[in-house]
Design a protein around this ligand. Structure first.
Ligand SMILES: [Zn+2]
Length: 228
């Protein structure tokens, strides 16, 4: 049976339908239009926990083994989880014995603190800047108690890269279980700009693997998942 469409309205509906389908196929992979799903992490105490723009910590997560970092190696009142705290103090002490100066300027930060910090950046520098430099509450690694921002002998963490400590840290941090979490050239993978001062504790063997393979934590975890 042959149906002859005489009705102009019906024709228009078909054309519009085809146009919609074509537009959908050309735009479905554009990230701006694709709403990314946010995953709430179910094992936040895992040493390899991955926190980033798409994976968030529960707002009420507070590590139960936070300890204060020795004042010789930190600004006042800085906390890390037990293993990370011990490893960081050993690192800072070994560095000191070699004539370097490494202190923690920021370590554990709770959800509410991150909320204020992020909002402050949005208000002073705008949404785009805030999203590049500062994690949204729940999306900051500092809430894990495994991350530390360090400062060297030039006394400016923002200029850590130009301190002599930067080079030492780049080559030795993994021997104490720390990795540079936001390396240069991996911005599209980590979702963060290069941060030479931000280190993350994962334990010595994992840190050594990551260092030797020159991976970001995202890439490393993906490579482990593929082997499973
Ligand atoms: Zn940091």
């Amino acid at each position: 049976m042959v149906i002859i469409v005489k009705d102009e309205t019906l024709k228009k509906i078909i054309y519009v339908g085809i146009a919609v389908i074509i537009i959908f196929f050309f735009t479905k992979d554009i990230p701006l239009l694709k709403k990314e799903e946010i995953i709430v992490i179910d094992q936040p105490e895992d040493l390899l926990v991955l926190v980033n723009k798409t994976r968030m910590l529960p707002s009420d997560y507070i590590p139960n083994d936070l300890e204060e970092i020795d004042i010789n190696y930190s600004n006042h009142n800085k906390y890390l989880r037990k293993d990370a705290r011990e490893a960081f103090e050993t690192l800072a002490k070994d560095a000191k014995d070699l004539g370097y100066f490494i202190v923690a300027v920021s370590a554990y930060r709770d959800y509410a603190y991150q909320e204020d910090l992020y909002q402050g950046y949005v208000e002073s520098k705008g949404q785009d800047y805030a999203d590049k430099c500062c994690a949204k509450p729940g999306h900051s690694e500092h809430q894990t108690g495994l991350s530390v921002d360090v400062m060297g002998s030039n006394l400016d963490y923002d200029e850590f890269e130009s301190s002599p400590e930067f080079e030492w840290m780049s080559e030795h941090a993994h021997l104490y279980g720390f990795i540079m979490r936001y390396p240069k050239g991996k911005e599209d993978i980590t979702g963060f700009k290069y941060e030479p001062w931000h280190y993350r504790y994962v334990g010595i063997s994992e840190a050594t693997n990551i260092y030797e393979q020159q991976l970001s934590l995202e890439e490393y975890i993906e490579s482990i998942d593929q082997k499973k």
